[in-house]
Design a protein around this ligand. Structure first.
Ligand SMILES: Nc1ncnc2c1ncn2[C@@H]1O[C@H](COP(=O)(O)OP(=O)(O)OP(=O)(O)O)[C@@H](O)[C@H]1O
Ligand SMILES: [Mg+2]
Length: 253
């Protein structure tokens, strides 16, 4: 089953078109890596999928249901549940500094429960938070504050926090690029373990070795379009376009 379909997504900032018609589909449990040089539109694509930016035109369809649709010059139509479909883990962790780890995990589900009639109980939310903390190997840090954690630990908290809302698709924007190499490994291990649990993920990364190992499919974005797409083997071992070849060989230096 297709969990995600993106049709002809376009995004402009002023006169500059940053996404020039992105078409993409993803099966449930699939892991897609996005690579590409700086300024190509990778972050903008993830932000449009998480509704932090509104695409100017195109459609976003989750599990067969159109959650976002826009036509140039018209007001976009967005379903009320759209936000719940996606989770995003940022490069800079973005934890709430004034809350401890377990509170960071519980905050959004608590707000959601408040809005619902028979919302999830506090005990249930706490139990899920504890379970997810164990998943990312941080049980003993439940009452620590973000400033007391290493970058790698903060990022693992950010991943657990994103999972608390059970998104259909979990997106990562360069989740290891603020980390030292030794901390990168622990975050990549957590992401890999999520793959084993059949989570659908979109990962923007410059870790080519990781992308090659963890992805089912890789796309190369350049100047707002998908320049090339394929299995990791196809993209990394036999790149077709000149741009992708140049991008890959620049990374090898
Ligand atoms: N809020 C904004 N206002 C104006 N221009 C923007 C805005 N956000 C992004 N852009 C522009 O859109 C283009 C794509 O940016 P984006 O951040 O999506 O690239 P990227 O592929 O994620 O790059 P990087 O690898 O450096 O993170 C850039 O030219 C950027 O300057
Ligand atoms: Mg970016």
């Amino acid at each position: 089953m297709k969990i995600l379909e993106i049709k002809n997504l376009r995004k402009r900032f002023g006169d500059i078109e940053v996404l020039k018609g992105i078409d993409l589909s993803l099966k449930k449990g699939e892991v897609l890596s996005i690579i590409g040089s700086s300024g190509g539109g990778k972050t903008t694509l993830l932000r449009c999928l998480n509704f932090l930016e509104k695409a100017n035109s195109g459609e976003i369809i989750v599990a067969g249901e159109t959650v976002y649709s826009a036509n140039e010059g018209e007001k976009p139509v967005m379903s009320p549940e759209a936000q719940l479909s996606f989770g995003l883990v940022f490069q800079q962790f973005n934890l709430f500094p004034q809350y401890n780890v377990i509170e960071n995990l519980m905050l959004a589900p608590k707000l959601r429960a408040k809005r619902q009639k028979n919302g999830e109980s506090l005990d249930d939310i706490r139990a899920r938070a504890e379970k997810l903390l164990a998943t990312v190997g941080l049980t003993e840090k439940a009452t620590a504050y973000p400033c007391q954690l290493s970058g790698g630990q903060q990022q693992r908290v950010a991943i657990a926090r994103a999972l608390m809302l059970s998104p259909d698709i979990l997106c990562f924007d360069e989740p290891t690029s603020s980390l030292d190499p030794e901390l990168t490994g622990e975050v990549l291990r957590v992401i890999r373990s999520l793959k084993d649990s059949e989570r659908t993920m979109i990962i923007v990364t410059h870790e080519m070795e990781f992308a090659r190992n963890v992805s089912d499919r890789v796309i190369f974005i350049s100047d707002g379009i998908i320049e090339e797409e394929g299995t990791p083997e196809e993209v990394f071992s036999s790149p077709r376009s000149e741009k992708l070849r140049a991008f890959l060989s620049a990374g090898e230096k």
